[in-house]
Design a protein around this ligand. Structure first.
Ligand SMILES: Nc1ncnc2c1ncn2[C@@H]1O[C@H](COP(=O)(O)OP(=O)(O)OP(=O)(O)O)[C@@H](O)[C@H]1O
Length: 201
C-alpha cells in the first residue's frame, strides 16, 4: 500500500447483467494525478466510478482503499428543478453542505451563472443545469474527485475552464478521475486509463 496515494483499487472485477465487464483491474491515484478513464459505451466506466465512490457494491469484486474524502458527480444531473442554483448548492447527497451564499455565488460566477443564482433551475438550459452541478468543484474541500462525464452538455469554452479547474485542483494536491468520450487538452497532461484492459499511459 502506498503511503501517499489518495485511492487504491486492487484486483477489481465487475459483473453486470450476467456479463463480466472486466477483472484484475488495479490502479492507484496520487496527489496531483489527473486520470482520464476511457472505454466504449457499456465498458463499465459509470459502474466503476460508482463503486470507487462507495455508492454500489453489486457484482463487485476486489478492494478499494479511499485514503481521502471523495466528491462524486454522476453523469445525470443532481439538480432539483424547483430549487434555484443557490438553493441546490446548499446541500449535497454526500452530506457536504455549503452555507455561505457568498461562496456559492462566487462558485456560480466561476461556472458562468452570474445573474442566475435565484432562477428556478428548471428554467435553465441543459448545459446551465450541468454547470450548477459543476459549481461544486469550486466549493468542495474533498481531495478526490470522481467525475462521470463532466463535459456532458458543456460548450467548448466551458470545457476549457473545467479542465483548467482540474489542473488547479491537482496542483493543490488533489486527484481527479474522470470519464469522458472527449479528448482532454494536451496541456492538462492527463494520464489515460483504459477499460477493460486497465492499460495506463
Ligand atoms: N442496473 C443494472 N443492471 C444490469 N446491468 C447494468 C445495470 N447498470 C448497468 N448495467 C450494465 O453494465 C454495463 C456497463 O454500464 P456502464 O453504465 O457502467 O457503462 P459506461 O462505460 O459508463 O457506458 P457509457 O459510455 O455508455 O456511459 C452495461 O452493459 C450496462 O448494460
Amino acid at each position: 500500500m502506498s503511503g501517499s496515494s489518495i485511492l487504491e483499487a486492487i484486483d477489481l472485477g465487475i459483473e453486470r447483467g450476467g456479463r463480466q465487464l472486466f477483472s484484475g483491474f488495479s490502479f492507484s491515484l496520487s496527489p496531483g494525478d489527473i486520470v482520464h478513464l476511457r472505454g466504449e459505451n457499456g465498458a463499465g466506466k459509470t459502474t466503476l466510478l460508482r463503486m470507487l465512490a462507495g455508492l454500489s457494491r453489486y457484482g463487485f469484486d476486489g478492494v478499494v482503499h479511499r485514503h481521502s474524502a471523495c466528491l462524486f458527480l454522476g453523469h445525470q444531473s443532481a439538480v432539483k428543478g424547483l430549487l434555484s442554483p443557490r438553493e441546490n448548492l446548499h446541500w449535497h447527497p454526500s452530506g457536504e453542505s455549503f452555507s455561505e451564499d457568498q461562496a456559492i455565488d462566487e462558485a456560480l460566477a466561476q461556472v458562468g451563472l452570474y445573474g442566475y443564482e435565484d432562477v428556478p433551475a428548471a428554467q435553465l438550459s441543459a448545459g446551465q443545469q450541468r454547470r450548477v452541478d459543476l459549481a461544486r468543484l469550486y466549493l468542495s474541500q474533498k481531495p478526490l474527485w470522481l467525475l462521470d462525464e463532466p463535459f456532458t452538455a458543456i460548450d467548448t469554452k466551458g470545457m476549457a475552464r473545467l479542465q483548467q479547474r482540474f489542473v488547479e485542483h491537482a496542483a493543490a494536491g488533489g486527484a481527479v478521475l474522470l470519464s469522458s468520450h472527449q479528448a482532454l487538452d494536451p496541456s492538462v497532461n492527463a494520464q489515460l486509463l483504459d477499460l477493460p484492459t486497465g492499460r495506463r499511459s
